[in-house]
Design a protein around this ligand. Structure first.
Ligand code: DGL
Length: 257
């Protein structure tokens, strides 16, 4: 069977484009509608009720365009809303994200694991449960303000932010850095440079999320079956300003991440 309906993907802004690139790579035959909720960004410093409201509204928009599944390409929206969206729409396949602490913990060798994420992701229950299972040696590091620098593609300021963050932990032996916000995945090349020669693993959940989408679509018999899919970008922000930035970052993610 082939299901040519699109997969809806959303985030508060450009971060989920790093996930989208992984989805396209894993499932090149699928059609994707990516929605950046730019007008309401950032999510990570709002209340969970506000983010839940946005997640519901954006899911609605994606379903109105015929989405057969929704990928929450955002750790913050997952923590605030995935359980509610699933309860509200038990028939809709929803693939969600969490900081990739588990794979980081599995490769830990006695040192610390820094988990960089938004204040909300680190505060809510979902992450507390993850910490209870896999948190040995893990240090939650909230990074308010960092997603905004990625939104503006201000790599210089992001470099300063990340350097100062790592500097706070220079006394420790760091085994891994978890990029627990999809925006931070764009900083992977920068982090690689900053940690060069130090045997520090940099982990994100993007490839795992893409494999999970494949499994879910397969189990529902909902793969497109087409050879070539396609991607449409949408935003709640001002299109003339936001879309060119989204296109550039998607191209960057496809090539470099
Ligand atoms: N990209 C998001 C995440 O993965 C959220 C960033 C934000 O809106 O604060 O958590």
């Amino acid at each position: 069977m082939s299901d040519r309906r699109p997969v809806g993907v959303f985030d508060s802004g450009v971060g989920g484009l790093s996930v989208l690139a992984a989805l396209e790579k894993e499932l090149p035959g699928e059609r994707f509608i990516y929605y950046g909720d730019t007008a309401y960004a950032p999510y990570g410093t709002k209340t969970d009720t506000e983010v839940l409201g946005r997640a519901e509204a954006v899911t609605e928009l994606l379903l109105a365009q015929g989405a057969k599944a929704v990928v929450i390409a955002c750790n913050t929206a997952t923590a605030a809303a995935a359980h509610v969206l699933r309860a509200e729409r038990p028939e809709l396949p929803i693939v969600a994200m969490e900081p990739a602490l588990k794979p980081a913990a599995q490769s830990r060798h006695g040192g610390s694991i820094l988990v960089l994420a938004t204040p909300m992701t680190l505060r809510l229950n979902k992450f507390q449960r993850l910490m209870a299972d896999w948190g040995e040696g893990a240090v939650p590091v909230p990074c308010p303000g960092l997603m905004e620098l990625v939104e503006r593609m201000d790599w210089e300021a992001a470099g300063v932010y990340v350097t100062e963050t790592l500097e706070r932990f220079r006394e420790r032996k760091i085994d891994a850095v978890v990029l627990g916000c999809t925006h931070y995945v764009f900083l992977r090349p920068l982090l690689r440079e900053l940690t060069e020669g130090k045997d520090i693993l940099i982990v994100d959940g993007n490839a795992g999320t893409a494999r999970q989408l494949r499994r879910v679509l397969e189990s529902k018999n909902a793969l497109s079956g087409a050879e070539k899919g396609g991607t449409v970008l949408q935003t709640s922000g001002e299109e003339a300003g936001a879309l060119p930035v989204m296109e550039r970052l998607l191209a960057f993610a496809r090539e470099k991440l």
